[in-house]
Design a protein around this ligand. Sequence first.
Ligand SMILES: Nc1ncnc2c1ncn2[C@@H]1O[C@H](COP(=O)(O)OP(=O)(O)OP(=O)(O)O)[C@@H](O)[C@H]1O
Ligand SMILES: [Mg+2]
Length: 274
Amino acid sequence: MSKIEKALNKAKSQRQEVVSTGHTVENEESSNRIDSIQYEQTKVIKVSEATLQENRLTAFFDNTSIADQYKILKTRIFQQTMEEGLNTLLVTSAVDNEGKSITATNLAISLAKELQQTVLLIDADLRRPSLHNLFALSPSAGLSDYLSGKKPLNDLFISPGINKLTMLPSCKKVGNSAELMGSFRMKNFVEEVKSRYKDRYIIFDSSPLLGFADALILSEYVDGIILVVEYGKTQRHELEKALRLIKGRNLIGTVLNKSPFSKKQEYYYQRCNK
Ligand SMILES: Nc1ncnc2c1ncn2[C@@H]1O[C@H](COP(=O)(O)OP(=O)(O)OP(=O)(O)O)[C@@H](O)[C@H]1O
Ligand SMILES: [Mg+2]
């Protein structure tokens, strides 16, 4: 058994507790409250199928092995979230470059293909935003502009032309990302998007857990965490450290990315016992 498999088994056996994501917001300044979101104002910028293919957003295409893997992931997520009304999910990893953004985006596309689901995909990686690149978009403003009070939210949403999928990009790197992530505005924003529509999943792409506080802060606001592990790259000690950091939060599962187990199976989902 490989080191990663052992660490994954350890993660599986580790009991994860669901913690309350409720926030006390009574004392907030009114300026921190978010405006009512008008999704009907969302800009539509149709992304070509060639772009989706080139950027590995293959969950879009039916009857591909990756799309099938995402169907399995999505089904497991439904099983663990739907009944309890858990709809805000953070995709993160121990270190960088393990496939968080690709996993978050493919998962969002896959969920949006469900008849009853709408999906909001949010680029909450303010250190290294990339979702706009995956869709070959060049937004002039993003989440950090809203969090720093420069833009209203309604100016920021983009539909990439995939039915029922809306995204909120982040287009520039910011230096004070942890501060913005921990702001009342961010907390309120997550509360607002969480409660507005019952049949919507909100997927947050984030920075890695080790080295920066951003993803850890965001993990306090969301209902569940999906941890991406890159086969053969993530070190056992990194994974264990990441798991320690999120101990007590609702780790819904891990995705083993770039797995060579089978050519047909690039993603392998491991449920974590609650
Ligand atoms: N399953 C996969 N098979 C092959 N290549 C992949 C796979 N998943 C991701 N990649 C590639 O790995 C690189 C990193 O992917 P991605 O940007 O999704 O990672 P990330 O964890 O979001 O990185 P960062 O920490 O920089 O935000 C990209 O070049 C992407 O195309
Ligand atoms: Mg990324």
